[in-house]
Ligand binder design. Structure first.
Ligand SMILES: [Zn+2]
Length: 208
């Protein structure tokens, strides 16, 4: 994992910012997503792995998900949790969570259910984002949306923003997984986007 809750400072920290202490389990470092105790186990030469669960297997997707995508999920989670005015432990946040009814659910890359309701889509491979459909499902359940694009994605944030300008005033968040920098985007609400199918006709299939 890339990030962890430091319970002393009440902040979510990323491995490289945290330094070289090796007793983070004693300090009570916790997983942001499941609360499990973490240890500091940086993998040599690996930019994205610093913490691992003490006794449980990781709660983050491993197989089938690229490291960049997973780092993006962790980075945007860190940013938002450090921005919200409450302790990270009090925030209900999860990755790869179902949204919508069992018969037509979508999987949110990151889902925050408290204190705000927000679905975050992290774009890395653009083969099938299905954004219109995801927003529709999210809005139906009372969530708002946020699109975050990795700098290492196969299409640029500016290009995606350009295409989405046809359906609303949407600023996407930008994530640099290597520098661990985040530029936040706009929260998408029913009032700021149209979901009418004809408005989406000009949006390329990989994102629509
Ligand atoms: Zn966990």
């Amino acid at each position: 994992m890339l990030v962890a809750i430091n319970p002393t400072t009440d902040r979510v920290v990323a491995g490289p910012e945290w330094g070289h202490e090796t007793d983070c389990a004693e300090r009570g470092y916790q997983c942001l997503f499941c609360g499990e105790q973490l240890t500091y186990t940086p993998a040599a030469g690996d930019t994205f792995d610093y913490f691992s669960h003490v006794s449980a297997p990781t709660c983050l997707p491993d197989a089938g998900s690229s490291k960049h995508h997973r780092a993006g999920q962790e980075l945007i989670s860190q940013y938002i949790c450090n921005t919200l005015p409450l302790s990270p432990q009090a925030i209900a946040i999860a990755v790869e969570k179902h949204v919508g009814p069992p018969s037509g659910y979508r999987i949110a890359d990151v889902l925050i259910t408290h204190p705000i309701r927000l679905v975050i889509e992290v774009v890395y491979k653009t083969s099938a984002v299905h954004l219109r459909d995801r927003l529709q499902t999210a809005f139906r359940d009372g969530y708002r949306g946020l699109v975050a694009v990795l700098d290492t994605a196969d299409v640029s944030a500016a290009r995606i923003e350009h295409h989405l300008s046809a359906v609303g005033s949407i600023k996407v968040a930008r994530l640099d997984p290597v520098q661990r920098s985040v530029t936040i985007g706009s929260v998408i609400r029913p009032a700021t986007v149209t979901l009418a199918p004809d408005a989406w006709e000009s949006v390329p299939a990989y994102i629509a």
